[in-house]
Ligand binder design. Structure first.
Ligand code: ADP
Ligand code: MG
Length: 506
């Protein structure tokens, strides 16, 4: 009997030891897995490092590339395209003008009523609709007939239009694709992007196609300005505040434009404008510098993209890509650590994690990160992620967005440096004390600036860090809304054919 009791006790002790050993083993393994998670996080943090010193190198590189792009055609990855916009609206414009915007998330038609007073409310009406998928790869005639019909329907809703003399209807056309302009109202498409591919359009005058379609539909309306969306944003910013000298769009893609002295546009000698200035469309999404903090995730994203080695700056900054960089980091983290076991194939699908979802995780302020858990489960099919790991996912979003916003800030300071408004006396240098800093406004627009609070905060923070407080207080980032559309109508007004100011070649 006694022996039996001893036997049971020994047996129980052995079981207890095994259980303990398994538990310790499990804890050690889980600690090992967690270490690997942390290692991937540390690596991505280091790879995305954007100290103010590094940002200043990006600033300098941007200013140098701007010079090179203005010096000769093809002199830089920055195209520095001439826009022939030399007369930014200033609030004195009067009348009713129209705008069309093609190349954003939706196609838009707008009407703007101007009363000639900057401070008066800028009344506008807008209609949005998606471009039917088949028209994106059809013929130019099909696409422009659709656009002209939409405009016609929009105008017919106006009633009899008696307050508007029919022969003076003018239109601004925002066309968010790279264009080589020959004048403010003419330009040829360089290449399609964003899923459009209409072969008979490349090399053809874009406003010409629209003008022909308007005629086919019996619309008596003149295309007064062909503009890029950033130029529209600059126009709206300038309409409200004449200290606005540049604009930046960070939405699906990213781009910037600014007001340049015509004598600095060396690649186009003999250019004369009444104002002495012209807006230059930088196409900054294609900027590249060895100083950009690039990670293996960026390299993979680029090489798997349809346009490798293209739009390098954009791929680190814009809404099209940020979510996918985060997805790639999470994927590597889970694969290398094996912390949650087998993972769903969803996480391997490019672009499944969209930037608005990423920002929702980043800005989740619930104590248990409920939104993070929901998105990981619903979008990436990763159920029951422990809180500790959810916190790491938020940190990854933070690292990726902080880098994006700080690089955009460096780009902005690069522009300010090029035009001598960064307080340093221009690219050739100068003594800060000699400079009197002018109030400088940069209009910013796009989904990330308007809807992603932390992106906007990091943008402001980096601008202050790079410029220093004394200079930064003279630089204002102003978020505009729908400048890409409204601005085109304003430019139709300021470049109206009834206006005598022109661009001349000597
Ligand atoms: P587009 O660039 O097409 O003209 P927008 O400027 O409105 O349009 O930007 C839309 C882009 O902004 C989306 O593709 C998305 O990447 C990003 N975006 C929209 N909403 C948010 C959000 N809440 N958080 C983060 N990014 C957003
Ligand atoms: Mg846009």
């Amino acid at each position: 009997m006694g022996r039996a009791v001893v036997g049971v006790a020994v047996g129980l002790a052995a079981v207890a030891c095994t259980v303990a050993a398994v538990a310790v083993g499990r804890r050690m393994r889980s600690r090992g897995k967690w270490k690997r998670v942390v290692r991937v996080l540390r690596e991505v943090e280091e790879g995305c490092e954007s100290s103010v010193g590094r940002l200043r190198q990006v600033v300098d590189a941007m200013a140098v590339e701007m010079h090179a792009g203005l010096a000769s055609e093809g002199g830089s990855k920055l195209k520095m395209l001439l826009t022939y916009v030399h007369n930014l609206p200033n609030g004195t414009e009067k009348g009713t003008y129209y705008a069309l915007h093609l190349g954003g998330t939706n196609f838009r038609v707008l009407r703007v009523h101007l009363h000639g007073q900057q401070s008066s409310l800028l009344e506008h009406e807008v209609e949005r609709q998606p471009i039917p998928q088949h028209l994106m790869t059809s013929t130019s005639e099909d696409l422009f007939d659709f656009i002209a019909s939409s405009l016609k329907e929009f105008i017919e809703k106006e009633g009899d239009g008696s307050e508007l003399s029919l022969d003076r209807r003018e239109l601004g056309f925002t066309f968010s694709f790279p264009v080589k302009q020959m004048s403010v109202s003419s330009g040829i498409l360089i290449k399609w992007t964003k899923g459009f591919s209409i072969v008979d359009m490349e090399g053809i005058d874009v406003p010409g196609c629209l003008q022909e379609a308007l005629t086919r539909k019996g619309l008596d309306m003149k295309v007064a300005a062909l503009v890029n969306d950033t130029v529209g944003t600059l126009a709206l910013g300038h309409y409200h505040d004449s200290d606005t000298v540049a604009s930046v769009v960070v939405g699906t893609g990213t781009n910037a434009c600014y007001l340049e002295r015509v004598d600095a546009i060396i690649k186009c000698q003999g250019l004369l404008t009444t104002s002495g200035y012209m807006v230059v469309n930088m196409e900054w999404g294609n900027f590249w510098s060895s100083h950009l903090p690039r990670t293996s995730y960026d390299i993979d994203l680029d090489s798997e993209s349809p346009n490798p080695n293209d739009q390098g700056f954009e791929k680190m900054i814009s809404g099209m890509y940020l979510g996918d960089i985060v997805r790639r980091v999470i994927l590597r983290m889970l694969l290398e650590s094996d912390i949650i076991g087998p993972i769903s194939s969803k996480l391997s699908m490019p672009f499944i994690l969209r930037t608005p979802m990423m920002s929702a995780m980043h800005e989740d302020d619930s104590p248990d990160l409920r939104e993070v858990a929901r998105i990981l489960k619903d979008i990436l099919e990763i159920p029951e992620v422990p809180l500790k790991l959810r916190k790491v996912v938020v940190k990854v979003c933070d690292v990726v967005t902080r880098r994006a916003a700080r690089l955009a800030a460096a780009g902005i300071v690069g522009i300010l440096k090029k035009i001598g408004r960064d307080g340093s006396g221009g690219i050739t240098g100068g003594r800060r004390s000699d400079m009197k800093m002018k109030r400088t406004v940069v209009a910013v627009e796009g989904g990330l600036c308007s809807s992603y609070t932390l992106f906007r905060e990091y943008l402001h923070e980096a601008l202050n860090e790079i410029l220093g407080e004394d200079i930064a207080k003279h630089v204002i980032l102003k978020v505009t809304e729908d400048g890409s559309g409204i601005g085109a109508a304003l430019l139709a007004a300021s470049h109206s054919s009834y206006n005598l100011d022109t661009v001349q070649m000597l």
